[in-house]
Ligand binder design. Sequence first.
Ligand SMILES: Cc1cc2nc3c(=O)[nH]c(=O)nc-3n(C[C@H](O)[C@H](O)[C@H](O)COP(=O)(O)OP(=O)(O)OC[C@H]3O[C@@H](n4cnc5c(N)ncnc54)[C@H](O)[C@@H]3O)c2cc1C
Length: 488
Amino acid sequence: MSGPDVAVVGTGPNGLAAGVTLARAGLSVVLHEAADRFGGGLRTTPLFDDDVVHDICSAVHPMAAASRFFREFDLAARGVELLQPEIGYAHPLDGGRAALAHRDLDVTCDLLGPDGKRWRRLMEPLVAHSTGIVDLVLSGGRALPDDWAAPFLLAGRTLAHGTALARGRFATEEADALLAGVAAHAIGRLPSLASGAIAVLLGHLAHASGWPVPRGGSARIAEAMAADITAHGGTFHLGRTITDLRELAGARAVLLDTGVKGLLRIAGDRLPRRYARRLARFRYGPAAAKVDFLVSDAIPWSHPELGRAGTVHLGGTRAEVFRAESLTAAGVAVDDPFVLLVDPGAVDGTRVRPGRRPVYAYAHVPNGDDRDPVELVSGRIERYAPGFRDTVLAARGISGRQFEAYNPNYVGGDISSGAATLVQSILRPTAQLDPYRTPLPGVYLCSAATPPGPGVHGMSGHLAALSVLRREFGVTTPPRLGPDASNA
Ligand SMILES: Cc1cc2nc3c(=O)[nH]c(=O)nc-3n(C[C@H](O)[C@H](O)[C@H](O)COP(=O)(O)OP(=O)(O)OC[C@H]3O[C@@H](n4cnc5c(N)ncnc54)[C@H](O)[C@@H]3O)c2cc1C
């Protein structure tokens, strides 16, 4: 049976990045997507009113602004505007206090008072070597660094901030909490080496390429990628769930933008038993439980500067964040979970209508948690923004467990597609030299369950596609990814 050169299952940012790379190399590519819309974690849709749209999964894009795949793909040249909030991330504390990570490092340091010098000592060298650090972390640990300072900066700071050594690094609760909020993006026990690495990577990006919000929502990124694929001959089959590899028998190569369980479901009966057993040991982390709000007014923050932040971390002091995250990772359903909030209207006026605007927030909860998160999350916001509840016109909660029904890659609501431990971040999904290749001829995994892991960076899909090009088609020169006459 003749088929396309390549079939891709799933159209999240990694499936799309794989599609872009392979179509750019001149191969015929067909992408299959279970949902009726491409994009996976890059979907933006109206929920309550036709004219107010909400990001269902990702909303803020430090990694899309920085990753090598997207630097080459060049979102800006394709009309995707990454809007930079003046304050990348912020962290309120009781008593109307807040710590603010401004894009401008000098302003951040000034505001941190006695900890300004310490914050500068941590961040300034990272900002100076930002590209090297990003490329090192997002290469999945499999490329020699171009910038030899990067591994030393990364290792030193990961040890300093991902272990018990972190205690006492800052003098003030503000600076301590500001970094703890970023470390919590690891969604797991704190402190940990993985959380230290994430704090170093994401923390400095706010002062470098930024924590932007795409004008109009995250779907704009997916649309630009899908347009590039189509312009290079690729096609999409939407609303098609692939349940068995045999459905793709005509393709010379298959890339799965699925989680590990998805790979086992689709190909399990053909996988060598040893490999399948190793996959079955893959660990999942805590879940996200999300609430989309439609509100009548700007959030009434006790600290007014929070209204200029793209992302706000609600978790209290460093000790409170560490406690809640560690208990959540141990399966305890705490009443005061870490909450991440995005107010897209703070930076994108097109998202706001008179008397109506979206607010996006999710709590970290134990894997498989089935509590309705609306009250849980509203309570956390209310603590730092009294009167918030009075502005809520409508709210929709998705529990951790429901996230898996929305997207099977988020097992038990684990939006990282696998626990972000240090080992599992590098040896993902199992220990092997080429993590994208499966033992089945021509079958590859390309999702966030492969290095470099979660986030919208496109690198798992891109690196998997380069492996396919090399091994299955003998192509060793990576294709050019920038806009060309067909889609610029
Ligand atoms: C609530 C939430 C908030 C997040 N916030 C951010 C953020 O702000 N910034 C950021 O960088 N990242 C964020 N992330 C993480 C980011 O969205 C993911 O890491 C990223 O989308 C993973 O990309 P992927 O391509 O590997 O998989 P996904 O985006 O999960 O896409 C996989 C696709 O494959 C499809 N699929 C699966 N199985 C099949 C099958 N058998 N047949 C056909 N199709 C199938 C699914 O329907 C889905 O469309 C967030 C995630 C969530 C859920």
